[in-house]
Each structure stands twice: as C-alpha cells, then as structure tokens.
Design a protein around this ligand. Structure first.
Ligand SMILES: N[C@@H](CCC(=O)N[C@@H](CS)C(=O)NCC(=O)O)C(=O)O
Length: 216
C-alpha cells in the first residue's frame, strides 16, 4: 500500500483549515495527526523545527510547512475546481490578508499580548481590508469572479475569526456581500468536512485518514 502523506494539523487554526481545504478539494488523502499547540509532538518538531501547524510530511521525506505551499502542492496535482486560476493575482491578495489584515486581527482579538494597543483602532484598520473585499464580492460573488478559488479559501478562515470576535458588530456592518460570502463558505460541505473533530494524536497512534471521502 502506498504510504499516505502525514498532516500535522490543529482543527481551529485558520492556516491549517486552508491547508485541509486544499487537500480535500484536490482529493489528496492524508494521515491526520491532530496537534494541541501547547503539547506539540516531538515528531513534528523534529521534521519542522519552526513548529507551526500545518506541516505536511510526504512519503519521500519532503516537508512542506507553510499552509499556502501545502495548498499549492495539493492543487498542482489535481485542481478540479480551478482554484489556481489567476494564481498570481489571488496570491497577491492572500499576501495582503496574511500580512496587513492578520496584523490588525491579532491586535483586535488579543490586545493584551501587545504593548500599547487599542483594539478598536485595529478593528477600524482591518475594516478597510474588508471594505475592499466587499467591493470585489459585490461585483461577482467571490473574490476573483463568480467561482471561488485559492484566495477565497485561504482568506475566509481569518474573516471567520474576525467576525466571531464580536458577531453582533460584524453582522451590523453594511457589508452584505461579504457577510453572505462568509456564511456560504462556512456552511459549505467542504468546510464542514474540514472541521471534522479528531482526538489529539499521540506518538504510536494509528492516524485517521483525512480526505478519504469527498465533500458533496
Ligand atoms: N506561516 C505559517 C503560519 C502558521 C501558524 O502560525 N500557525 C499557528 C497556529 S494557528 C501556530 O502553529 N503557532 C505556533 C504556536 O502557537 O505555538 C503558515 O502559513 O503555515
């Protein structure tokens, strides 16, 4: 039997969510090792000393330990929904989300982790990015046209975090397109399957196969 790649993942991590969605849509099953961040497995740190999730360990020993690189690895083998169309434009927007938006999201959500931070200033700064997304989504339904792609799936787990921090405030924003876009992605069968719960993996445990079944 061919050895499956191993994915170190954490269910609630938005980076791991995007990697799992990429693996699912491209029908690349993996052996899933669910990680608890305060108790990371030594096996994971041994292959990726930077010790962030997700980490994909291929059967030939190659290690891919950046979420976007995992998405690309999977989609380059099989991209049935054409997520990589306009890859360069999509990647540029993802970089903005990962850099600027995430910077403000962290300071809005966890102001106590930083010195001298006003969470509401960071919420306002993050909103500028959301307003730009709203314009795109209002035009065509998704970030790059009518079909969702790499950028939608890479970014929405972070918008989910932002929205959940103060749901009432988020729901009252005049960003109808973005709110519907988020709700649709959250209720998709792809995301539901991505959020399947697994027990923490301990060294020696037999891993569950993630991606054995496809979303409908
Ligand atoms: N650039 C990395 C970031 C991954 C990342 O920061 N993941 C967080 C969890 S959401 C993590 O593992 N943090 C390490 C820790 O909290 O110890 C990627 O895209 O994969």
């Amino acid at each position: 039997m061919t050895q499956l790649p191993i994915l170190y993942s954490f269910r609630r991590c938005p980076y791991a969510m995007r990697a799992r969605m990429g693996l699912l849509v491209s029908a690349c099953p993996v052996a899933l090792r669910e990680v608890i961040l305060r108790d990371k497995p030594a096996d994971m740190i041994a292959v990726s000393p930077k010790a962030t999730v997700p980490v994909l360990l291929l059967a030939d020993g190659q290690v891919i330990d950046e979420s976007l690189a995992i998405m690309h690895w999977a989609l380059e083998q099989n991209d049935p929904d054409n997520w990589l169309a306009r890859d360069e434009d999509q990647s540029a927007l993802i970089t903005e989300a990962d850099d600027e938006f995430k910077f403000h999201l962290d300071r809005y959500k966890y102001p106590n982790r930083y010195a001298d931070v006003d969470p509401l200033e960071h919420r306002a700064a993050a909103l500028v990015f959301l307003e730009r997304m709203e314009k795109r989504i209002a035009r065509s339904g998704q970030l790059f046209g009518a079909q969702s792609g790499l950028a939608d799936h890479a970014i929405f787990p972070f918008i989910r975090q932002f929205a959940n921090h103060d749901r009432e405030w988020f729901d009252a924003l005049p960003l109808r397109g973005l709110q519907k876009w988020l709700a649709d992605h959250l209720s998709s069968s792809l995301f539901q399957m991505t959020m399947t719960k697994y027990p923490q993996w301990q060294s020696g445990d037999q891993e569950p196969v993630f991606g054995a079944e496809m979303p409908t």
